[in-house]
Ligand binder design. Structure first.
Ligand SMILES: NC(=O)c1ccc[n+]([C@@H]2O[C@H](COP(=O)([O-])OP(=O)(O)OC[C@H]3O[C@@H](n4cnc5c(N)ncnc54)[C@H](O)[C@@H]3O)[C@@H](O)[C@H]2O)c1
Length: 286
């Protein structure tokens, strides 16, 4: 028996990065996956999104791990498309036990107001849309997980000019994900459904490894490379690691989707190599 044996989990942003890692890890533990990804670039976002080939590769990896996956190309800003994807998955698997609202963009370094809107629409509205599409099908014992960020715990994302309008939208969206999940846990508690947020620090994915992200840490260089930025990444963590791996986040997601966490709800789970307590050495607010 796997830790999430025969559960069905809806994952957004499943084509690569953390979403792919969650899909594969959960499949290893007996789950079947309903996965969506935009597989198309977002204009205000400086680095490329996943491709249809990436999504197909996730399906292949899930199957290699012993699971099944129904995949759909869909934008989390499109609530109807998410509903359809969920319904198609349920038609195949017959049930839905959990959600990982993970899809995200980080359009840093722009002064275009549209970058603020896009970040908010994907990183907050997209989370609400995913949960709304899934909730009518999730019954007692279900588990909702939303991906936030260490940025949800920082107050300065709207004040740092280097982050730009997109960074301000990202920070606001992630803070709201934290609050939304907090209150959602209260609302869903009587139904026996849990809601938790996972907050990664820098994670070894395409979102982190983009020139625009490197430039936040090396504003003195016009075209900073990974090796220029990594020492800066590492200063965030008291453990002195530049980033965590997607698999580290997947372990937390697996725990939250499994019955081992049956009385864990309303939590803000940081997987941040201690970065939060370095940033704010005081009792947590949540
Ligand atoms: N990488 C980091 O350093 C880091 C740190 C903290 C939080 N996060 C969060 O982790 C989550 C996963 O990001 P990642 O690190 O795997 O980055 P990533 O860029 O590799 O993956 C994000 C995935 O989401 C998809 N996506 C983007 N917009 C979408 C949309 N509108 N609809 C559907 N799919 C969409 C992308 O195509 C991609 O496959 C995001 O919510 C991100 O904000 C990442």
């Amino acid at each position: 028996m796997g830790r999430v044996q025969d559960k069905v989990v809806f994952i957004t942003g499943a084509a690569r990065g953390q979403g792919r890692s969650h899909a594969v890890r959960l499949a290893h533990e007996g789950a079947n996956i309903i996965g969506v990804d935009i597989c198309e670039d977002v204009k205000t976002n400086d680095y490329a999104m996943a491709t249809p080939e990436d999504l197909a590769e996730t399906v292949r990896l899930v199957e290699a791990a012993g699971g099944r996956m129904i995949s759909t190309i869909a934008d989390v800003r499109d609530r109807q498309a998410l509903r359809k994807a969920v319904e198609q998955g349920i038609a195949e698997f017959g049930r839905l036990d959990g959600v990982v609202a993970n899809a995200g963009i980080c359009p840093l370094g722009s002064d275009d107001p549209q970058a603020f809107i896009d970040a908010f629409a994907v990183d907050f509205n997209g989370v609400v849309n995913a949960i709304e599409a899934a909730l009518p099908h999730v019954s007692e014992g279900g588990s909702i997980v939303a991906t936030g960020s260490l940025a949800a715990m920082m107050t300065a994302t709207g004040e740092n000019p280097a982050y730009g309008t997109g960074g301000a939208g990202y920070g606001l969206a992630k803070r709201m994900v934290a609050s939304f999940i907090n209150d959602l846990a209260v609302v869903l508690g009587p139904k026996g459904i849990r809601a938790n947020a996972v907050h990664p620090t820098n994670c070894n994915t395409n979102m982190l490894h983009s020139e625009i992200m490197y430039r936040q840490f090396r504003p003195d260089l016009e075209h900073p490379k990974r090796e220029d930025a990594e020492p800066g990444f590492a200063t965030m963590s008291p453990m002195n690691v530049p980033f965590v791996e997607p698999e580290d986040i997947s372990e937390m997601v697996l725990f939250l989707l499994s019955d081992a966490s049956r009385y864990v709800s309303g939590m803000q789970m940081r997987v941040d190599a201690g970065s939060y307590v370095k940033l704010r050495p005081q009792p947590p607010q949540f």
